[in-house]
Design a binder for this molecule. Structure first.
Ligand code: ADP
Ligand code: MG
Length: 325
């Protein structure tokens, strides 16, 4: 049976060119770049809550890091370092090897060095802390939106929640669509290039990544920025053909786990953002606008006739009464 230190050496101690000192000592040592602020985030993935315990370990390794990199992307930060704290039920080396491969494939894709962590025995639970850098004062925060801003979202929000519904037997998706949606759930793509470009070109005033649902996460911007939001159903990307329309819409507006970016921008940035979508080969949808705060941080969904629609579902909340997943 390998020891804790054998496992760390074999699977998690890799070169860390961006650190002064990587894994192996009591602490890692970092030298942040001059003129930059550190962006730091942590996210835990718990078996049975965030993923099925039998999830493919390679994809789980990718996702464990990717969800943290997504938070850095949402601030416009360049990902640089990560720590991995894992509680594992057993020293199952083939599982750990595949998990590490997935983790490091994400790490090398986004140039992240794994600089340390903690490895213990216990119920399967994975917690990453990710660190990035952003020029001082330039991070894309939740509190920067202004009344009159456009609201934008990247990609195809809702695919991951549709994939989850498919895996849970709540809907049946056809072959290609099932692969697309389950792929979005299990191997999400953090929008790093988008977040950094929005930051560098000063295109966005506020941003958040969609982890709990589009309307719920937009609600965090609205609350922090003290504005209201109107989302126009007619401007949402069209839903996947061949799926239950009301389920697909619920997934699109309230489904979690997509890791697309929602951001707000001044209306004079529309042309540049249309160009950026082409440059990044990533659709950017203008789905609404921010308005004066009349209703204390309300997100209103507006139908094709301009009337508000009330929806009975919310985003994911671990301690909420009204969970949709
Ligand atoms: P300490 O007891 O001083 O907290 P540990 O014995 O827990 O240190 O860990 C030894 C070294 O291995 C530390 O540098 C730690 O950061 C690193 N480490 C532990 N687990 C992991 C992991 N899963 N991935 C990367 N580094 C790890
Ligand atoms: Mg120590």
């Amino acid at each position: 049976m390998p020891s804790e230190f054998d496992l760390i050496d074999r699977y998690f101690a890799r070169k860390t060119p961006q650190a002064v000192l990587g894994p192996g000592d009591d602490c890692a040592l970092l030298a942040p770049s001059p003129g930059m602020e550190l962006a730091i985030t942590t996210d835990m993935l718990v078996a049975g809550t965030h993923f099925f315990a039998d999830t493919d370990p390679f994809q789980l390794g990718w996702k464990t890091l990717a969800v943290n990199v997504s938070d850095l992307a949402a601030m416009g930060a360049q990902p640089r370092w990560a720590l991995l704290a894992g509680s594992l039920p057993a020293a199952d080396e083939s599982w750990i090897a595949a998990f590490a491969e997935g983790f490091f494939s994400c790490a090398s894709r986004y140039a992240v060095d794994l600089i340390g962590g903690d490895t213990t025995r216990g119920p399967l639970n994975l917690c990453v802390t990710a660190l990035g850098e952003v020029p001082s004062g330039r991070a894309l925060r939740r509190d920067g939106a202004r009344s009159g801003d456009d609201i934008w979202v990247s990609g195809r929000p809702g695919l991951a929640a549709l994939g989850l519904a498919h895996l849970q037997g709540r809907t049946v998706l056809s072959g290609d669509l099932a692969r697309l949606c389950v792929g979005a759930l299990q191997k999400p793509v953090p929008r790093v290039e988008l977040g950094i470009t929005l930051q560098q070109r000063q295109l966005a005033r506020s941003a958040i990544d969609v982890s709990d649902g589009l309307l719920a996460d937009l609600g965090h911007i609205v609350e922090r920025s003290v504005v209201d939001a109107e989302v126009f159903v007619a401007q949402l990307p069209s839903l996947s053909k061949g799926t239950d329309v009301s389920l697909a819409r619920q997934c699109q507006l309230a489904g979690g786990d997509d890791y697309e970016l929602v951001f707000t921008a001044a209306i004079d940035k529309r042309g540049e953002l249309a160009g950026l979508a082409i440059e990044l080969d990533l659709p950017l949808w203008r789905i609404g606008r921010m308005t004066e705060a009349k209703c204390n941080g309300e997100v209103r969904l507006i139908d094709e006739q301009g009337q508000p629609i009330s929806v009975g579902w919310k985003g994911f909340d671990h301690f909420g009464q009204d969970q949709n997943q």
